[in-house]
Design a protein around this ligand. Structure first.
Ligand code: AMO
Length: 442
């Protein structure tokens, strides 16, 4: 017999965000017992619901059960009366009347998770991630991260971008270098995608504007506060551009929209984490060489590497730009060709430079982008100059061969952006379950 799921439910469980509409009424609500605070003659029971921690009051006279029935991290369904209470953060509290215990923990948590902060080392924080994420502030990080991607999605969709999903098992590396994971694909050599670069470019030939928010893999051996071996990349790519500056403008618009979205939908989490969002008006841009020289001059440093930034230089450049312009973001443009992948377009008349940029925020690179080569001949010649095996890139070159519009795009590291936005010192803190050189679990 086919069982029909009835639409009407017998016991209406109230969604936490609707509780204030039920002041003076009796409701049912479910959640986990976050903390029990015994007072004289009564107790505060903090109930962790999907997004809020709700203050409940237990009193022997009105509750139809003993306080000892309740245990931290038990999952429960309460019957309670919603009462107005100015002193509570939400403006109300729940006076407990009855309880159904849905589950009890086997053991008490080895780490205290119900204080303001989880007071432990980053190793412990990550080793016990399934439970440390239950802490109100820890989980707020990921509600904000969700807000970031929702804001980006909303912006990109409103601007004519189509969301795509590209393969993560690939036949060749897109970004060059040694930081690529190899795998055995039914006897053939394959790789984990370092970025969706080839596929997003191919899709410009199809949809003109595309984006993807998905994991990418880098076999970095570095154990630093900014490198992960798997991270979430926000990529977009757009056709019919006249200059790579259009990509920078689009990113500026996207970041503004993220801030609007967070203010609108994540205000309680921002307040909980005492986060002040940066004000974005215009983001200043400075050419790579000029930026190197500015930092060298201002901080009396010798330029050791004319082709790349040292992390310290990125930090100092941000400090300097903020002092001069007030902006916490800065675009650095025209990176040297030698340091950019084979698909980067060179500047007309200056083949040693590329039509590319990075975006630095609060001392760290969060984005790389630029214009790509769209002409088949030009792309093949550049690959030959670099001694690349063209045979490995046949399907990539197929799009160039059969016609592509001028195009460009960018990739932004979601964890780097989140961690900098929240003032965290380590990218792992903005990663649910980080993968780094020493961590494959949880
Ligand atoms: P790139 O390799 O510079 O460019 O990466 C783009 C952005 O991704 C982030 N990122 C990382 N985040 C955490 N851990 C890592 N190991 C790591 N490596 C990179 C950074 C960086 O700015 N295809 C190009 C993008 C493009 O041109 O569209 C690319 O992947 O925030």
């Amino acid at each position: 017999m086919i069982k029909r799921i009835k639409e009407e439910k017998k016991n209406i469980t109230v969604a936490p965000e609707e509780l204030k509409l039920h002041i003076g009424k009796e409701v049912q609500i479910h959640g986990s017992i976050y903390k029990i605070r015994k007072m004289r003659g009564f107790a505060f029971v903090l109930l962790r619901t999907a997004r809020q921690v709700i203050q409940c009051v237990y009193s022997e006279e009105t509750a139809g059960f003993a306080l000892e029935e309740l245990q931290e991290e038990s999952c429960v369904r309460f019957t309670a009366r919603v009462q107005e209470e100015e002193r509570s953060k939400t403006g109300y509290e729940l006076h407990l009347l009855g309880v159904t215990i849905l589950s009890r923990p086997e053991e008490a948590s080895p780490i205290v998770i119900n204080n303001k902060l989880v007071d432990t080392s980053i190793e412990n924080l990550l080793n016990y991630r399934p439970i440390t994420l239950r802490n109100e502030k820890e989980r707020a990080v990921f509600k904000i991260q969700e807000g970031i991607t929702c804001g980006m999605r909303r912006f990109l969709q409103r601007n004519g971008f189509t969301e795509i999903h590209t393969p993560k098992i690939v036949y060749s590396g897109a970004e060059g270098g040694a930081n690529i994971f190899k795998l055995n694909y039914f006897g053939k050599e394959a790789y984990l995608a370092q970025s969706p670069q080839f596929y997003k470019q191919m899709m410009v030939g199809v949809f003109e504007r595309v984006f993807e928010i998905a994991p990418v893999f880098r076999a970095e051996k570095h154990d630093t506060s900014r490198h992960l071996n798997e991270y979430t990349s926000v990529d977009f790519e757009m056709g019919y551009i006249e200059s790579f500056e259009e990509i920078m403008q689009m990113e500026t618009g996207m970041l503004k929209e993220v801030m609007n979205y967070l203010n609108e939908y994540c205000a309680s989490e921002l307040e909980l984490l005492s986060v002040t969002l940066p004000e974005i008006t215009e983001i200043p841009a400075v050419r790579f060489l000029e930026a190197k020289e500015m930092v060298a001059r201002e901080y009396h440093r010798e330029i050791k590497d004319y082709e790349d930034f040292e992390p310290e230089e990125e930090r100092l450049l941000c400090e300097l730009i903020q002092k001069q312009t007030g902006s916490e973001f800065v675009f650095v443009t025209h990176y040297p060709s030698k340091k950019r992948p084979f698909y980067a377009m060179e500047t007309a008349g200056h083949p040693e430079e590329t039509e590319s940029f990075d975006l630095l925020f609060r001392g760290l690179e969060i984005t790389t982008g630029g214009q790509r080569i769209h002409s088949y001949q030009e792309q093949v010649q550049k690959m030959e100059r670099r001694g690349m095996n063209l045979g490995l890139f046949e399907s990539y070159l197929m799009m160039h061969k059969y016609g592509m519009p001028p195009h460009g795009g960018l990739g932004l590291g979601l964890e780097r952006f989140t961690s900098k936005l929240l003032g965290q010192e380590n990218v792992r803190r903005a990663t649910l379950f980080p993968r780094d050189t020493g961590r494959l679990e949880p």
